[in-house]
Design a protein around this ligand. Structure first.
Ligand code: PLP
Length: 446
């Protein structure tokens, strides 16, 4: 079977290999709208849009056609030195036009991890250009996810991605995760919690050497893989003041939040973030081909442009930076978002998801329900009153996810939190079906 051939040959990302040998692979054969079908024809609602990315679902013909057209015209060219091509140019134009704050230029890479590694190189180059060779440290957050390459993996704040890999590498420090439910003191309001976290950030920056050594702060507007953590009220406003005070750059990792997920085009708009650098991937091409982008402000561009003239070049880039086929698919994706007014659709169905998730709040296993726009999570607990968690070996999250899967719903367990991030095209009716399937799975485990 395909499953046994898989087990014999494939190493899976972020997977327990011994468990995989026992349970085998769920082999997905095709997709249609918000659903995928396994090799036996069983249908699943894709409650996570794959990995928070297939925003237009799994059968958007226009994206396939855009790829085919480009493959038949110019399947590959690079943009090194002074070469260029139309899909790359048009994508940069369209992306800059969507930015929540004025941005000057875009650099393209192939994944979120590569994009965040690029951010680090850009910021280091920028501070060298400005004659500030000591200003290099990045401040990230516990439970952040910024990718799996060595530096993006270092920005990540998840122990499972660090342990056994000798990460984080030097130059990255982590401040608090803004999860009110888990992190607030008894009786502490969201505002007071946000104030305390901003104070802690300032203390960390000072302890790390202050403005002289701290270069940038990076954050997902809503933390994704860390468990869908929606920031408490006033959080980014307060954090941003501290970041500015120490003359650090604000980097918004919009890999999940970008292109409508939180109900605005960017999470930065939803939470009042004014980034100097903004990172996108995933929804940029609705995941049909790998591509990511890094937009930079004009002051950052001017400094690195001067330096590139002085030292001869900006010595960074990838064979597939702005790959024309991926870029053509991304251009078509952005056209579709615009033509179909995806934001209006998201705003119309988001309450169906958010209210639907909140109806689980009185379930005996549910500690917290959180979310915004078309992303949410349900955190499972042993004891609602004390918030006591299950033991890791009880594997409550994976068990609930597995049970939901038998009822035809693919969702993602992140520790004890179950994430929902369906394709943005999902209808109200499909959201109801998704949550009905989830309830069956949850009740089975309970
Ligand atoms: N940043 C965020 C916020 C992500 O969610 C992810 C992936 O899930 C990444 C970066 C890394 O992206 P990739 O897996 O394409 O390297």
């Amino acid at each position: 079977s395909a499953s046994s051939r898989d087990v014999a040959t494939l190493l899976h990302p972020q997977t327990n290999f011994r468990a995989h040998e026992k349970q085998g692979a769920v082999v997905i054969a095709r997709g249609e709208g918000v659903r995928v079908f396994d090799e036996d024809g069983k249908d699943y609602i894709e409650g996570m849009a794959g990995l928070w990315c297939a925003s237009l679902g799994f059968s958007e013909k226009r994206l396939a056609d855009a790829a085919t057209r480009q493959l038949n015209t110019l399947p590959y060219y690079h943009i090194y030195n002074h070469k260029s091509h139309d899909p790359g140019i048009e994508l940069a134009e369209r992306l800059l036009a969507l930015m929540p704050v004025p941005m000057s230029k875009v650099f393209f890479a192939n994944s979120g991890s590569e994009a965040n590694d690029t951010v680090i190189r850009l910021v280091w180059y920028y501070n060298n250009a400005l004659g500030r060779p000591k200003k290099k440290k990045f401040v990230s957050r516990q439970r952040a996810f910024h990718g799996s390459t060595l530096m993006a993996g270092s920005l990540t704040g998840l122990p499972a991605l660090h342990r056994e890999f000798d990460l984080p590498l030097g130059g990255v420090v982590h401040t608090d995760c803004p999860h009110h439910y888990r992190g607030a003191l008894p009786g502490e309001s969201e505002e007071d919690f946000a104030t305390r976290l901003a104070e802690n950030l300032e203390k960390l920056i000072i302890a790390e050497g202050g403005a002289e050594t701290c270069a940038a702060f990076i954050a997902e507007p809503v933390m994704g893989a860390g468990g869908v953590v929606v920031p408490p009220r006033t959080y980014f406003e307060k954090i941003q003041k501290v970041v500015k005070k120490y003359d650090m750059l604000m980097v918004a990792d919009e890999v999940i939040c970008g292109f409508g997920r939180t109900g605005n085009m960017f999470g930065s708009e939803t939470f009042g973030i004014q980034p100097d650098i903004l990172v996108v991937a995933k929804g940029l091409s609705s995941a049909y081909l790998p591509i990511s982008g890094i937009a930079i402000s004009d002051p950052v561009y001017q400094a690195i442009a001067d330096n590139s003239a002085k030292v001869g070049m900006f010595g960074h880039g990838f064979t597939y930076s702005a790959h024309p086929v991926a870029a053509a698919v991304a251009v078509e994706t952005l056209r579709i978002y615009e033509e179909r007014d995806i934001l209006t659709h998201i705003r119309a169905v988001a309450p169906v998801l958010q209210d639907g998730l909140r109806r689980f709040a009185d379930h005996p296993l549910v500690g917290e329900v959180r979310g915004v726009g078309l992303v949410g999570a349900i955190e499972l607990v042993r004891d609602k009153a004390t918030k006591e968690a299950f033991r890791p070996d009880e594997r409550i999250g994976p068990r609930v996810a597995k049970a939901a899967e038998t009822h035809g719903l693919i969702i993602r367990a992140m520790g004890d939190s179950i994430g929902f991030s369906p394709p943005l095209i999902i209808t109200a009716d499909e959201i109801d079906q998704m949550l009905a399937r989830f309830r069956k799975g949850l009740d089975e485990v309970w």
